[in-house]
Design a protein around this ligand. Structure first.
Ligand SMILES: [Zn+2]
Ligand SMILES: [Zn+2]
Length: 813
């Protein structure tokens, strides 16, 4: 037999795109639902919201998902690696309104929805192209969209089941409200932004004088229901249990003792309003205060604001401040550094308002979430506290309903006669109650006259069911085989949403953890160390990188750029290093393929010292890479593999055995066998990180037929029997001597292929002399020494890293 050789030239980009086509054609990454022989491994790929961009943060995410998928596949797992698209949401509605110059209320909801569906498809197409181009080993037969009727049916079904189990209720509760987006938002969607506000000192009337209160929200004076002072605050003991009069509105409100008032802030007296913030919500319940609805569904002041009704919150503040000033009731105003809760989509400060909404009883599950977060595996381990801290910080249930269009409808109607809630039956799903009437009659009064629920659901309610849906719930009877998900990979910024909602949702529905492990990636920073952003000029999009260097090179940046979970900067140099590594790997493999043309795998050979040396180091590298891969430590896995290939195998071993490969006989056969074995293993441990190039080389040198892919080959187990510390000790010395002699020849201006008359190597011990003698022939051949003497002695050039070893070179006269 004869081995095939690699061509001298390779076009990385063409090669990558060819393999992406071939993998899909051959179904290399198909999940086998019926295979009972291999263990299953399910990856809960988070369905992204398709924005049309694929930036380097996305490259980092998907490279992490994919390295894990490829590694597990090579470990013999039947890997379930789906890809979905999270389609619903306000950004699409806004984009459609702009593009068609309409308002969403101009069209019937189902027609507006159709436009949104068409719009999002173009973004999905762009994003899918990028995921494919990155070489991600998705099983595309599992692709789905959360806007599909079949997906919405499952989301609505889970709504009905959670309602049945008592985890979903409709009620009037304080919620976070974005006046700009005109919708309720969940705690997870509220971001804390630092900004400079103003602190106003306002005079309230009290018996026998006035009381000054410092507030940042004077527009809340009409909804002020009490004044709180600390029970031990001597300044106010005479006012305790008396009444105050609000400025401008002249309303009488109680002054109450409240032990958590910060006596050092302002004057130590504070307004309690409905609701200035979340603290007010607690106080209102605690002191049984009345609730005044100050802000309506459009974010404007209600009748309760008197002459200010109809104004927006900001307008009302300005007007009230002006009137306070005119009335002589504004005693001071000064800037204040503060943190305000803002809407994550539009940065508008949120308002806390009391509204009738749908909720999921998530706070009841906090203990369970903490328990599961402690049980499961986290990569890296400390990330578990992000979830625990978030879950225990929540004091409100999850508000599920949203006042929007492009989302999954709440499957409910209300009886027009008696007001009873009427939920859809499972066989009516998916349903949009605004379009379809319910089948049955009101359970309470028998009427068939219904009013639809016009709300839709939080898009997180779509995407937090993936662990079950990926597994085949509710239609596949065997869905438990893939549930809980083996791993949920995610970014550190979405632990509080994605990881949290998945966990509460699946715990509530099935009483089980959603996933058995979590893999967290950090954020990508610009090369200047700041968060990557289009406006900062440090933004890099993937088409630019893919167009220049393909995807195997940036994948190496993603894997090796930093330890798992930490933020990593995007550096072109790292991508270029990755590309240089690929050139090195290709050239080494091509050289080897030419020297292996007459390789006979059946020939009997004995490995020589340097063969045993490289095999020992190789097996230790395999051991290190395996350990790192097991722990999702992609940085150390790629560093171990790349350093071995480049700086041990290519730079030293191949150089030292060239003379044997150009010769013949047993020594050549032993080198051939070693190289054949070593290259295959190197390709395999690099394959999850550099999937295209390793496949290209493997397919030429090792594959038995077109179906044989490196990615379905078995990940090598380190062969401990080959680990040989003695061979490593002698080999290190011989390799060190060869390297330094070659460097010295270079320094002296002697071409490496020109011979030297005599080489003398001096060592200071008998043991080193014995070691060195094992490589006498390799040293002489590799350095082109016509005569070589190894002896006890000193003098000449010192060999770096080997004290007591030196050499002299004599050139011919
Ligand atoms: Zn908003
Ligand atoms: Zn009724």
């Amino acid at each position: 037999m004869s081995m095939k050789t690699l061509p001298s030239k390779i076009d990385f980009l063409e090669t990558e795109e060819r393999w992406e086509r071939l993998w899909e054609e051959r179904g290399t990454y198909r999940y086998d639902w019926d295979d009972e022989t291999r263990p299953r491994y399910s990856i809960d790929t988070p369905p992204p919201y398709p924005s049309g961009d694929f930036h380097m943060g996305n490259v980092l995410n998907w490279t992490y998902f994919d390295i894990r998928a490829r590694y597990k596949r090579m470990r013999g797992y039947n890997v379930h690696f789906p890809q979905g698209w999270d389609c619903h949401g306000l950004p699409t509605e806004v984009a459609v309104e702009k593009a068609y110059k309409i308002r969403r209320s101009d069209l019937p909801p189902d027609e507006f929805r159709k436009l949104c569906e068409e719009w999002i498809e173009q973004y999905i197409a762009k994003m899918k192209t990028a995921v494919v181009r990155l070489g991600v080993s998705i099983d595309w037969s599992l692709e789905y969209r959360t806007m599909e009727p079949s997906y919405m049916r499952k989301v609505q079904l889970s709504f009905l089941q959670l309602y049945e189990k008592g985890f979903i209720y409709k009620g009037e509760h304080p919620i976070n409200y974005c006046p700009r987006c005109e919708t309720a938002i969940a705690d997870a969607e509220v971001e804390r932004l630092a900004r400079t506000g103003k602190l106003y000192s306002v005079a309230f009337g009290v018996p026998g004088g006035e009381l000054i209160i410092a507030t940042t929200r004077p527009e809340y004076i009409p909804a002020c229901v009490a004044i709180g002072v600390h029970p031990d605050d001597k300044r106010y003991s005479r006012l305790m249990r008396k009444e105050a009069t609000t400025p401008l509105f002249k309303k009488r409100i109680p002054i109450i003792a409240k032990d958590d008032v910060d006596t050092g802030f302002g004057t130590g007296a504070m307004m309690i309003c409905t609701y200035g913030d979340k603290v007010d919500v607690v106080d209102v319940a605690r002191f049984k205060l009345p609730v005044i609805k100050l802000i309506d569904a459009k974010g404007n002041m209600t009748e309760a604001a008197g002459k200010y009704s109809g104004l927006s919150v900001t307008e009302a503040r300005r007007a009230i401040v002006d009137d306070l000033r005119a009335a002589g009731l504004l005693r001071d105003e000064k800037p204040l550094e503060q943190e305000v809760g803002t809407c994550w989509r539009c940065d508008t400060p949120i308002e806390v308002v009391s509204q009738l909404q749908w909720f999921m009883r998530t706070t009841a599950l906090t203990d369970k979430v903490v328990e599961k977060a402690k049980e499961i595996t986290w990569y890296p381990d400390w990330m578990r506290y992000r979830l625990i801290d978030w879950a225990t910080s929540l004091d409100w249930d999850w508000v599920l309903s949203r006042q929007r269009v492009f989302a999954t409808p709440v499957p409910a109607w209300y009886c027009r006669r008696c007001g009873e809630i009427h939920l859809a039956e499972p066989d009516e799903l998916p349903v949009d109650p605004k379009v379809t009437k319910p089948k049955g009659r009101c359970a309470k009064c028998g009427s068939s006259d219904f009013e639809p629920d016009r709300d839709v659901m939080d898009t997180w309610f779509d995407s937090s069911l993936t662990c079950a849906i990926h597994a085949g719930w509710p239609d596949r009877p065997d869905w438990h085989k893939l549930f809980p998900a083996s791993i949920h990979p995610s970014g550190q910024d979405i632990i509080r949403t994605w990881a949290y909602y998945l966990m509460v949702r699946h715990l509530a529905l099935f009483g089980e953890t959603a996933y058995d492990s979590v893999l967290i990636n950090g954020m990508v920073l610009g090369s200047d160390g700041r968060a990557m952003h289009k406006s900062l000029g440090n933004f890099v999009a993937s088409p630019e990188v893919f167009g220049k260097h393909g995807s195997d090179a940036p994948r190496q940046w993603a894997a090796a750029g930093g330890s798992t979970g930490t933020d990593i900067p995007f550096r072109w140099e790292d991508v270029e290093y990755g590309r240089r590594f690929m050139v090195k790997l290709w050239n080494a493999c091509r050289f080897a393929s030419m020297r292996l043309e007459d390789y006979d795998p059946s020939a009997k050979t004995e490995p020589e010292l340097l063969d045993r040396w490289i095999l020992s180091k190789l097996e230790r590298t395999v051991r290190d890479a395996t350990k790192a891969m097991e722990g999702c430590d992609f940085m150390n896995a790629s560093e171990a593999a790349r350093n071995f290939t480049w700086h041990v195998f290519c730079d030293h071993y191949l150089e030292a055995v060239k003379h044997r490969l150009y010769g013949g006989g047993k020594t050549k056969k032993a080198a051939q066998r070693t190289i054949h074995y070593a290259i295959k293993r190197q390709l395999q441990i690099l394959a999850p990180i550099i999937p295209h190039l390793t496949e290209e080389i493997y397919s030429t040198l090792y594959a038995e037929g077109p179906k044989d892919s490196i990615h379905t080959s078995r990940w090598p187990d380190a062969d401990e029997a080959l680990i040989d510390p003695e061979a490593e000790r002698s080999g290190d010395l011989i390799i060190g001597v060869i390297g330094d002699i070659r460097r010295e020849k270079n320094r002296l201006g002697i071409p490496l292929n020109r011979s030297v008359a005599k080489l003398t190597v001096n060592v200071d011990s008998e043991e080193k002399l014995t070691d060195l003698r094992l490589g006498e022939h390799d040293i002489a051949e590799t350095t082109k020494a016509e005569e070589i003497e190894l002896r006890r002695g000193a003098g000449g050039v010192d060999v770096e890293g080997h004290p007591g070893v030196s050499f002299t070179i004599e050139t011919a006269a």
